[in-house]
Design a protein around this ligand. Structure first.
Ligand SMILES: Cc1cc2nc3c(=O)[nH]c(=O)nc-3n(C[C@H](O)[C@H](O)[C@H](O)COP(=O)(O)OP(=O)(O)OC[C@H]3O[C@@H](n4cnc5c(N)ncnc54)[C@H](O)[C@@H]3O)c2cc1C
Length: 471
C-alpha cells in the first residue's frame, strides 16, 4: 500500500489522464478534450495504437446505411439478441443494449466526424444473423486509428509513449487522484524508466486493452491456454493495468471468457494472412472438414466459440476449402495468402486430398452434399445461412488452408456501469476512475461477435471521456 500513497509533489498535472492509445483511449481523449478538459494519453509501448491499429477494421452495426439499399432487415433488437445468443446469456444486458442501440450512431460518427471511409459492402460474420459488418477502405483498423490520431492532434492532446502505468493513486476517501508511471519504460522490463507521478484534476480513464498475450495471467483463468497456444495479439497485450485496477478493488468480471479465433492457421505466427481467406471466403462460401473423415463438423457461420470449440474437439487442425467462385464472390484478393504458402491452390479435389492426406471419396461426397444445400438454400446438417447468390463448389482451382484456433480476445475484464465508471467489489463506483474497451468485461459474455469490439470501444470510450470531463 505504501508505494501507492499520494505523493507530496506531483511531477505533472492535467485534467484527464487516459491510459492506452487504442480505439477506446483515443475516443475517450477526443470527447474529454472536446468537453473542455486538458488531456494526456499515456502509452507504454514505443508504437502507438495497440491492437486497434493492427485490427481488420470490421465494424458491426445495426445501421441502415448500406443495408437499406441491399434490402437487409436489421435492427438494434436483432443485434442485441445475436449478442446474447453468442454470449450464452452471460452478457451484462444494460451494457450490451447500449452497444446494440448506439452502434449505428457511432459508425456514422466515424464517417461524419472522423472522415473514415468504408467499402461499399456489408459482410456476414459468424453468429450474426444478417450481413451487418462494414469494413474500412484499407481493410484495416488503421483506417480508423489514423483518423482518431489526426483528431487528437488537431485538438491538441499529447500522446506520451514509453510511459507505463504502474499505480493508480487514491486519496484516503478512495478518490482516484492520479497515477504513477515509469517514464522511459522499455517493454517488457517493468523496472525500466523513471517513476513519475501525474495528477488528474478530474479523472483517470483506463483503456489498456485485453490480456491475450499475458501467458501467466491467462493460464490462471484458463489452464489450457499455455505458451503452446499462439495469439493473434501484439506483444504488449498484457494484464498489469487490469491487475492494478483489481488491487484497488475493481470487480473482475468473467476473466475466464477468453476467445479463440477459429480462422487462424498453425502454418504462420500470430494473426497472419490465413484469416483473410478463412473468415471472408471459407466460412461464408466454402466448408471446413475434419481431416480424418473429410466430413463437415460444424456450421461454418456459427459464432467464434462454437467454431473454435468444434475444431479443438477434433484435436488436429481442420481443412478449410473454397473454390474460385467463392473468392470472386467475396471480392477479396488472396495473393498474399498464396505467396506465403498458408493457402494453397489445387487443380482439383484429388490434388487437395493428397496434399492434406484426407480421404478423397468422402471429400467428394461432402462437397456434393454441401452443393445440394447451396442449390436448395438450406443446410440440412448444420443450419448454416446460405447467402443469397452463393454458388456450389464446382469451380476449380480449389483452395485449402489448415486451421487451428489462437487466443484472440478477452471478453472478461473490470466491471463498469453504463456511465463507464469502474465498479468495485462493494458495487460502488470507484470515484474518478473510468474504463472502456477490451480492459472491461461483461459486454460480450462468453463470446464476442466479429466487428463488435471496435463498435464497443468507440461507444464506451466516448461515454468515458464525456463523463470524466464532468468532474
Ligand atoms: C489481429 C486482430 C484483428 C482484429 N480485428 C478486429 C476487427 O476487425 N473488428 C473488431 O471489432 N475487433 C477486431 N479485433 C479486436 C480489437 O482490435 C481489439 O479488441 C481493440 O482494438 C481493443 O481496443 P482497446 O482500445 O481496448 O485496446 P488496444 O487497442 O489494445 O490499446 C490498449 C493500449 O494500452 C496500452 N497499455 C496496456 N497496458 C498499459 C500500461 N500498463 N501502461 C500504459 N499503456 C498500457 C497498450 O500498449 C495498448 O497500446 C482484432 C484484434 C486483433 C488482434
Amino acid at each position: 500500500m505504501e508505494n501507492s500513497r499520494l505523493p507530496s509533489r506531483w511531477d505533472e498535472t492535467t485534467d484527464v489522464l487516459v491510459i492506452g492509445s487504442g480505439f477506446a483511449g483515443l475516443a475517450a481523449a477526443i470527447e474529454a478534450k472536446s468537453a473542455g478538459s486538458s488531456v494526456i494519453i499515456i502509452e507504454k509501448m514505443k508504437g502507438r495504437g495497440g491492437n486497434s491499429i493492427i485490427s481488420d477494421g470490421n465494424v458491426s452495426a445495426a445501421g441502415p446505411l448500406l443495408q437499406k439499399k441491399d434490402g437487409i432487415e436489421n435492427s438494434p433488437e436483432l443485434l442485441y439478441n445475436d449478442m446474447l445468443k453468442a454470449g450464452l446469456g452471460l452478457n451484462y444486458p444494460d451494457l450490451a443494449r447500449i452497444v446494440a442501440e448506439r452502434s449505428e450512431e457511432v459508425l456514422q460518427w466515424t464517417i461524419d466526424y472522423l472522415g473514415v471511409k468504408y467499402k461499399e459492402r456489408v459482410d456476414q460474420f459468424g453468429g450474426h444473423s444478417v450481413p451487418r459488418t462494414y469494413i474500412t477502405y484499407n481493410q484495416s483498423g488503421s483506417g480508423i486509428v489514423r483518423a482518431l490520431f489526426s483528431k487528437v492532434k488537431e485538438l491538441g492532446v499529447k500522446v506520451r509513449t514509453h510511459a507505463y502505468l504502474e499505480k493508480l493513486l487514491q486519496d484516503t476517501d478512495g478518490l482516484v487522484k492520479g497515477i504513477r508511471i515509469r517514464d522511459g519504460y522499455v517493454f517488457p522490463d517493468a523496472e525500466s524508466g523513471t517513476p513519475k507521478c501525474m495528477k488528474a484534476r478530474r479523472a483517470v480513464i483506463l483503456a489498456t486493452g485485453g490480456f491475450a498475450n499475458d501467458i501467466a495471467f491467462r493460464v490462471i483463468q484458463d489452464p489450457r491456454l499455455t505458451r503452446d497456444v499462439d495469439s493473434t495479439n501484439r506483444a504488449g497485450t498484457t494484464a498489469e493495468a487490469l491487475i492494478e485496477a483489481m488491487r484497488i478493488c475493481a470487480a473482475p468480471v468473467q476473466l475466464s471468457c477468453i476467445q479463440l479465433g477459429p480462422w487462424t492457421s498453425p502454418d504462420e505466427k500470430m494473426y497472419g494472412v490465413g484469416p483473410l481467406f478463412a473468415d471472408y471466403i471459407v466460412f461464408t462460401y466454402g466448408v471446413m472438414v475434419d481431416p480424418a473423415t473429410s466430413r463437415r463438423f460444424v456450421n461454418e457461420l456459427g459464432d467464434r466459440k462454437a467454431c473454435a470449440d468444434a475444431i479443438m474437439n477434433i484435436g488436429t487442425p481442420c481443412i478449410g476449402i473454397a473454390d474460385t467462385e467463392g473468392i470472386r464472390q467475396s471480392g477479396q484478393i488472396i495473393d498474399k495468402c498464396l505467396k506465403r504458402g498458408v493457402v494453397k491452390s489445387f487443380k482439383g479435389l484429388e490434388d487437395l486430398a493428397v496434399a492434406y492426406n484426407i480421404p478423397l471419396e468422402a471429400l467428394q461426397e461432402t462437397i456434393d452434399r454441401y452443393n445440394s444445400y447451396v442449390r436448395n438454400e438450406t443446410d440440412e446438417e448444420f443450419g448454416k445461412s446460405i447467402l443469397k447468390g452463393s454458388k456450389p463448389l464446382v469451380n476449380p482451382p480449389y483452395y485449402g488452408v489448415r486451421l487451428w484456433p489462437k487466443v484472440h480476445y478477452t471478453m472478461g475484464g473490470i466491471q463498469i456501469n453504463t456511465k463507464a465508471q469502474v465498479i468495485d467489489l462493494s458495487h460502488q463506483p470507484i470515484e474518478r476512475l473510468y474504463a472502456a474497451g477490451e480492459v472491461t468485461g461483461g459486454i460480450h459474455g462468453a463470446c464476442r461477435l466479429g466487428g463488435l469490439s471496435i463498435t464497443e470501444c468507440l461507444i464506451f470510450g466516448r461515454i468515458a471521456g464525456r463523463n470524466a470531463a464532468q468532474w
